[in-house]
Design a protein around this ligand. Structure first.
Ligand code: RBF
Length: 371
């Protein structure tokens, strides 16, 4: 017997009853579908990463070229956008006039074009808080910063005390060594573009603390350029500091650090007393082979991609701040480079490797000051 004839045999009342039941089932299915689709629009995490559209503004507080933190963040965002359909990206350089950063961000956010703003700078959260007050739906993801309590802002801080500590330790080993450009003075140098809390409370004290793990009598010569682009001023400071007995430098100076590199290269080339240099955050060995003898690294590109993936999945803990550092692999030292391997005496390489192992294993004692 066919199904059709089976229905034909049913009583009129039976047909009405089952039709009613079918309609009820269909209606409740429709209701369920409506609820599910509404839910999906509410939560970005409910859609798969590939079908959700996302518009990202990468806000560069300065100029990208020459600043590793910005270059790596922009590269991470670009890779993320390339790997996801429906993700659009704008990279905006706000330039060096810090007085204009808030106004520029305000007009970009006012366009309503961006689901999220990604930036990397310790001074950005306050600017975002001011901008966000006018645009309560705007979300901000800021790395290289610490800020809590604002539901529109999430931040990730690098524990730069740690990178300063290990670079400082290496500087200490070099200044007390017999290396060709090392002199008798126990004097190391730090050239900064400008002073800000993360620098004066974590980076500079960490560098000196690290050096004094090598020799407690080491002194620090600290000087400030006044901006992030004046390589000529950085070059002048470098010459003056070499004359004052500095034989190992580090710097936090963005593009202006080119002046330091140029000066140590020139001094060595013309047979004058020169100095060694250590770099934060990126591989700069090839800029001055034999003189740049240590470089740290930061997983800023990876962090940027992870944060964007978390945002698209709805997993960002807004209002809070995370910290990353040596132990979780976000800060590291670049051992595997001829600039390190071929130019530092074996005993220094060994002592430094032991220090890094100890730091990773939590065997080095240090206190990170409050920001
Ligand atoms: N770092 C750079 O490499 N380039 C810059 O142009 C730059 N500008 C900054 C501006 C301000 C107001 C502040 C507070 C920091 C800036 N930094 C810059 C420092 C950067 O955020 C980071 O702290 C250091 O690079 C150390 O990782």
């Amino acid at each position: 017997m066919s199904k059709i004839s089976f229905f034909h045999q049913k009583s009129k009342a039976g047909i009405t009853q089952s039709a009613g039941r079918i309609i009820a089932i269909l209606l409740s299915m429709l209701l369920l579908l409506t609820v599910i689709s509404c839910r999906r629009q509410d939560s970005p995490g409910a859609r798969s990463a590939s079908d959700r559209s996302l518009s990202i503004l990468v806000y560069i507080t300065g100029v990208t070229a020459g600043s590793p933190t910005y270059e790596l963040m922009a590269a991470g965002a670009e890779e993320f956008a390339a790997a996801h359909r429906n993700v659009t990206l704008r990279i905006y350089e706000a330039g060096f006039n810090q007085a204009e950063w808030e106004e520029q961000l305000m007009s970009l956010v006012a366009s309503g074009d961006y689901d999220v703003v990604l930036g990397s700078n310790p001074s950005l959260p306050e600017i975002c808080e001011n901008v966000g007050r006018n645009f309560p739906d705007q979300k901000f993801l800021i790395v290289d910063a610490f800020y809590e309590g604002n539901p529109q802002i999430s931040t990730w801080l690098y524990n730069q005390y740690e990178q300063s500590l290990f670079l400082g330790y290496l500087a200490g080993l070099v200044t007390v060594s017999n290396m060709p450009h090392a002199n008798a003075q126990k004097r190391i140098g730090f050239i900064a573009a400008q002073e800000y809390p993360l620098l004066t409370r974590h980076i500079v004290p960490g560098f000196l603390d690290g050096a004094r793990h090598a020799d407690p009598d080491i002194e620090l010569d600290f000087r400030v350029i006044g901006n992030w682009f004046d390589a000529t001023r950085a070059a002048d400071l470098t010459s003056g500091m070499i004359n004052a007995g500095v034989d190992v430098f580090t710097s936090i100076a963005g593009g202006a650090a080119q002046g330091l590199v140029r000066t140590i290269n020139e001094h060595a080339f013309f047979g004058r007393p020169s100095a060694y240099a250590l770099f934060f955050n990126s591989n700069e060995y090839s800029q001055a082979p034999g003189l740049i003898i240590g470089c740290g690294s930061m997983e800023q590109k990876m962090l940027a991609k992870e944060i964007l993936a978390d945002f698209i999945a709805g997993n960002i803990p807004f209002g809070s701040s995370g910290t990353v550092g040596v132990q979780d692999g976000y800060l590291n030292f670049i051992f595997d480079d001829p600039g390190f391997r071929d130019h530092l005496p074996a005993d220094i390489q060994e002592r430094f490797a032991v220090f890094m192992d100890d730091l990773r294993a939590g065997r080095i004692e240090y206190t990170v000051p409050p920001l």
